[in-house]
Design a protein around this ligand. Structure first.
Ligand code: ADP
Length: 487
């Protein structure tokens, strides 16, 4: 310990002051004096002494109280209290406020020396420990900050859009890709409800649908043609993460492919009509043998099948291109009855049982009646086609909130889980059906496009050997009258 440490004396007792001065000088400490409170504060402030010795009464104030105040401002300053009393309560009070030690008369020079030395040593040990702890904590904090900075850099530079919301859809984090996608600039948005900051209908549907729709993928489209594929993932104890990938390029390629298929199908239609026309004319231009007639019948069936396929392709192309037929206010139950009237023969032919469950007062939809009918034809037609003779087919429609929910269930073979994600793809036929069962694999692709065009959602629940349920959710068209009636 360097003996040049400064010891500050704030002692009221003139008789013992020379004793302290002598003791400290003998041990080569520097000594400073505070004659009143103001001087005490000033010296403490300006010289940072290594130790303060204060008497139990200093200028009519309690030495314990002064020490207590000073220790709040200088918590590491060792303070020795010179006391003329040594009652246990006094000593307890003094130690409680945090003075290092108490000096009571009679005092000898070496008593003073020993106590001063001990207090300084202890203060130094505490100082060393504090510095070490601060260094250690700072190092681990620096490491943490480093890691956080790395995470932030990744979060900022990653190609995908990422936003994290809490369970009430308030924004916790949002990276620049998302900001750019929704044109948010540098606006301060954290803590705000994401739907107030981003008024995008696709994002709203994504957040609304997550409770009812097990599908956690969604497309977010922009007026300038950009399309993002958004994924929704729940994060325990935090909320949700939405990641977005720019799929504009793939969408464009898909569009080109569709345009190509559309053109080819269109060009195929006229020659097919011509083939059928000439086939029909054959027996008018001369007698045909039975075998020739049979071959002609086969040609007719084949041309018919190809025409069906071409028509499906053209329909799909038209629906996908967003070409909207007439959107009208249509009652889904009316269209459903029409479809069922047409399919009744097929149901009867396979001795199947139809269960129809229509909730009362169903709201209407705003949609294209022809497309909606095609959707019902394809879904119910599939149920009839794939369900064996004698099976059950159930169709139900109900309204929930602002939505109309349609369910079509059957007791057919069920669709293997591995096929389920693909059944809405064009030309996909699942492994559960024999090749001999007629079909192009376009029916559900058409259904999906129609549902998309009506801002609805569709999904399948299916268990092998038990059956399949398709659920379609479509937005209801609610007039004041309907709302009044249902409330
Ligand atoms: P397809 O012309 O083959 O019927 P779809 O697009 O309508 O084409 O259906 C795609 C595939 O999904 C079908 O080939 C079949 O494997 C499966 N599928 C569709 N509906 C059902 C159903 N109700 N029950 C079992 N499988 C079905």
């Amino acid at each position: 310990m360097p003996k040049s440490d400064l010891v500050l004396l704030a002692l009221d007792n003139p008789d013992i002051l020379p004793l302290f001065e002598r003791a400290l000088a003998a041990a080569s400490y520097q000594v400073a004096f505070a004659r009143d409170r103001a001087a005490l504060d000033k010296v403490l402030q300006e010289t940072s002494p290594a130790l303060l010795i204060i008497s139990d009464k200093f200028k009519d104030a309690s030495g314990i109280e002064i020490s207590s105040n000073l220790l709040e401002r200088f918590p590491t300053l060792p303070i020795l209290l010179f006391a003329t009393q040594d009652s246990p309560t006094f000593i307890k009070d003094a130690l409680r406020v945090g003075v290092s030690d108490i000096l009571t008369p009679p005092l000898r020079i070496d008593d003073i020396m020993r106590i001063v030395e001990n207090s300084l040593k202890r203060a130094q040990r505490i100082g060393d420990w504090t510095r070490r702890e601060v260094r250690r904590t700072t190092a681990s904090l620096e490491k943490r900050i480093n890691e956080l900075q790395k995470l932030e850099t990744i979060f900022t530079h990653i190609e995908d859009g990422v936003m994290i919301l809490d369970s009430d859809n308030r924004i916790l984090l949002m990276n620049p890709v998302v900001r750019r996608a929704f044109d948010l600039g540098q606006k301060e948005i954290s803590g705000q409800n994401v739907l107030e900051v981003i008024a995008h209908p696709d994002l709203r549907s994504l957040l609304d649908s997550t409770s009812t729709n097990p599908l956690q993928f969604y497309e977010i489209g922009f007026e300038d043609g950009r399309v993002f594929n958004a994924q929704y993932t729940r994060i325990p104890d935090i909320g949700v993460a939405i990641t977005m990938q720019d799929i504009t390029y793939f969408k464009r390629i898909d569009q080109m492919k569709s345009d190509f298929v559309h053109t080819v199908s269109h060009d195929l239609r006229s020659p097919l009509t011509a083939i059928l026309g000439y086939v029909d004319l054959l027996d008018r231009v001369g007698p045909l043998t039975d075998q020739q007639r049979e071959f002609i019948q086969r040609v007719r069936i084949s041309v018919h099948n190809i025409t069906g396929l071409v028509n499906d392709l053209l329909d799909l192309g038209r629906i996908e291109s967003g070409f909207e037929g007439q959107k009208e206010i249509v009652p889904l139950d009316g269209i459903l009855n029409y479809t069922l009237d047409n399919l009744n023969n097929q149901i009867a032919a396979k001795k199947q049982h139809l269960h129809l469950d229509l909730a009362p007062h169903l709201p209407s939809l705003q949609g294209d009646p022809i497309h909606l009918r095609q959707m019902l034809d394809n879904l119910i037609g599939n149920s009839i086609k794939y369900t064996p003779e004698g099976g059950d087919i159930s169709v139900s429609v109900e309204a929930k909130g602002e939505q109309v929910i349609l369910r079509i269930s059957d007791t057919g073979p069920g669709i293997p889980p591995a096929d389920q994600p693909h059944i809405f793809d064009k030309f996909y036929r699942a492994s559960n059906v024999a090749v001999a069962v007629p079909g192009s694999g376009l029916g559900l692709a058409i259904v999906k496009s129609i549902v998309d065009n009506h801002e609805g959602r569709i999904w399948v629940d299916s268990v092998i050997g038990q059956g399949t349920t398709f659920t379609v959710v479509l937005p209801a068209y609610r007039t004041e009258a309907v709302m009044a009636r249902s409330s």
